[in-house]
Design a protein around this ligand. Structure first.
Ligand code: NAP
Length: 261
């Protein structure tokens, strides 16, 4: 548990599945949480000991050290543009996003955030499934875009250090490049397998069991999340082309061999 001296007041915008998952650990560490969202999550919030506000104006009056943006990738622009920043009491509030793409939120927030606000772009590389049994050893990617209050920023990062995350400082560009080749590809293969409706058999190999697990874990994430990975990461669009091309190449090799036989 953090000492009360280290605890932060954290306001969450977008209280969907990922924010709810994060909130459990933030509360456990002794931070004071408030949240607002498009839908009403007040019942769950009160069970978790979180103040939930239906209107963003009252939420902003809460004088948070950190505002955590947990909305879907595709709604970020609409959500951020509707924030009445002038109501924020602390001029140097730290804004943190957790989106699974990084160039898009960075560029948008640099455009929209008042100059006095600090900005940390992050991507916890885990979720309710992969982080169910703890966050130890799981990567937490971050890029300090505009940090003047080092103390608040490092206290926020300590949340993840304390849980044993592998802290990876990386530019938003490098993140999107690597994520297109890893995360987007993983989600795409999982979605393709789901489209094919693959099912466990009585003679599954280990390899096939891995495919089943992949299918099951990827479809648990929303289509908003998956489509955001594609729409807001130009390199993901290239990876989809590479995948199509690779499938064509493999198929052609088989057809060529069939002709020889
Ligand atoms: P998601 O489907 O990506 O986002 C759901 C959240 O977006 C909810 O809070 C929802 O609000 C809000 N939202 C959706 N459309 C909206 C709109 N038009 N206006 C206002 N709010 C809107 O699911 P998620 O898994 O919770 O992910 C949230 C964020 O965390 C995403 O940016 C995702 O990339 C990132 N992330 C997710 C994971 C993961 O494993 N799931 C891991 C790392 C990062 P309501 O609930 O109020 O409707």
């Amino acid at each position: 548990m953090s000492s009360s001296l280290e605890s932060l007041k954290i306001g969450i915008i977008g209280f969907g599945p990922f924010a709810q998952f994060l909130a459990i650990t933030l509360v456990k560490q002794g931070h004071t949480l408030s949240a607002t969202s498009r839908s009403d999550h007040s019942e769950l919030s009160s069970r978790l000991g979180i103040n939930f506000f239906r209107d963003i104006e009252t939420f902003l009056e809460f004088n948070n050290d950190v505002i955590l943006l947990c909305t879907s990738i595709v709604s970020l622009s609409e959500v951020v543009k509707s924030i009445p920043f002038h109501l924020l009491k602390k001029p140097n509030t730290l804004f943190v996003d957790v989106l699974s793409v990084k160039i898009h939120p960075r560029d948008l927030l640099l455009q929209v955030l008042p100059e006095s606000m600090d900005l940390l772009c992050t991507h916890p590389m885990f979720g309710p499934e992969s982080g169910r049994d703890g966050w130890h050893g799981l990567p937490f990617v971050f890029d300090k875009i505009r940090i003047r209050d080092q103390d608040i920023c490092s206290r926020f990062l300590q949340i993840f250090e304390q849980e044993g995350c592998r802290m990876v400082e990386m530019s938003c560009e490098e993140h999107d490049k690597q994520a297109a080749r890893s995360q987007f590809l993983t989600h795409t293969i999982g979605r393709v397998l789901s489209e094919m409706d693959i099912k466990s058999t009585s003679m599954d190999t280990k390899g096939f069991q891995t495919l089943i697990q992949l299918k099951e874990s990827t479809v648990k994430d929303s289509f908003d999340l998956y489509s955001g990975l594609f729409i807001h990461n130009k390199l993901a669009q290239q990876e989809l082309k590479n995948l199509e091309l690779a499938l064509q190449t493999v198929k052609q090799r088989l057809l060529d061999r069939m002709e020889i036989e």
